[in-house]
Ligand binder design. Structure first.
Ligand code: TRP
Length: 334
């Protein structure tokens, strides 16, 4: 592993993070911070692309997301935590990139397409929302990140970023930007407790890193299993069974989970027992995070101070890339 390789990821501060974020990305970041140069971006400007009239929501959630990071084990001495809006180079690179990406191309981005349909924007689609993949390309390239640990819904962003890298480099006398690749976790998408393929705040099917014991218990009890598994003795189905998908994502003893799956498929293993097993490991995972988070969130100014320090460092890195691009394009740099 090359210790100099740079990693960038980020999150929109639109609410506290949940277990989908944890298995999709947070858990990896905690492991990777030891071996890589890692930056984590609180993407407040991207958060505003569909919250333009509600900036307070974004503002309020910045410390919430930071508390989640620290609670999950991201160490600000190993990972540079920074704020998108504090890094003007990102906005400037976005302006430059917007000229080399067509509207047709952004409209074809499947993630953006889905989100636009899901949010029912129609003609009220904010211009900033449509181009957020371009701004995300600016985020990634400004840090010269080569590895981006994300969930699979972000793959179209990586693809689009690499197109921009290719195009922009071809306009410069010598390549400045680096190509990047996604790093997917074993569980790149955790289904919601209701069986919906995506866990999301708007669907109300999430579990937060700060979920109480009672909330965890209730969520697991109500969790979607195999609707045809009526009697304990009936053979049950694993595919689409959220309890087993979650056991795969969270349980440390893979052999035990494999044995449970066999038993369940043959018949004779009840949902209750599977759920108890899952609840136990979730309670064990979340309890220490919930406690740490409660401590961190009490001192929001301390959290913002961490972000300010990291942003100062990130400012230097991103400003250097912007200057290189500008010089290459023949834009005067004073
Ligand atoms: N789009 C990402 C999300 O919604 C957040 C994000 C912004 C991001 N900038 C990034 C992720 C750069 C990776 C790299 O979760």
């Amino acid at each position: 592993m090359n210790p100099k390789t740079t990693i960038l990821t980020g999150d929109r501060p639109t609410g506290p993070l949940h277990l989908g974020h944890y298995v999709g990305s947070l858990r990896q970041r905690v492991a990777l911070q030891h071996d890589y140069q890692q930056f984590v971006l609180v993407a407040d400007l991207q958060g505003l692309t569909d919250n333009g009239s509600n900036p307070q929501k974004i503002r309020d959630n910045i410390p919430e997301v930071l508390a989640d990071y620290l609670a999950a084990g991201i160490d600000p001495d190993l990972t540079t935590l920074c704020l998108q809006s504090a890094l003007p180079a990102l906005a400037e690179l976005t302006m430059l990139y917007m000229n080399i990406v067509t509207v047709a191309r952004v409209e074809r981005n499947p993630t953006v397409k889905n989100e636009i349909a899901q949010k029912g924007f129609a003609r009220s689609l904010p211009a900033g929302f449509l181009v957020y993949p371009i701004s995300q390309a600016a985020d990634i390239t400004a840090f010269k990140a080569e590895v981006v640990p994300v969930g699979d819904d972000q793959l179209p962003m990586i693809e689009q970023t690499n197109e921009i890298v290719h195009k922009m480099n071809s306009l410069l006398p010598a390549p400045v930007l680096r190509h990047c690749k996604a790093m997917l976790s074993d569980t790149s998408r955790l289904p919601g407790v209701d069986g919906n393929a995506k866990m999301s705040k708007s669907l109300g099917n999430t579990l937060h890193l700060s979920a109480s014991e009672e909330t965890i218990h209730r969520a697991v009890s109500a969790m979607y299993t195999d609707p045809h598994h009526l009697k304990v003795s009936d053979p049950g189905q694993i595919e689409g069974n959220v309890v087993f998908t979650w056991l795969d994502a969270f349980h440390a003893d893979k052999a035990k989970v494999a044995a449970m799956k066999d038993h369940y498929q043959q018949g004779g293993l009840g949902d209750r027992i599977c759920k108890n097993e899952l609840e136990a490991c979730l309670q064990e995972l979340i309890a220490p995070m919930r406690e740490r988070r409660a401590t961190y969130i009490q001192d929001k100014s301390q959290l913002m101070e961490i972000l300010k320090k990291g942003s100062e460092r990130a400012h230097e890195v991103t400003q250097a890339t912007l200057k290189e691009v500008k010089r290459g394009l023949g834009v005067p740099v004073f």
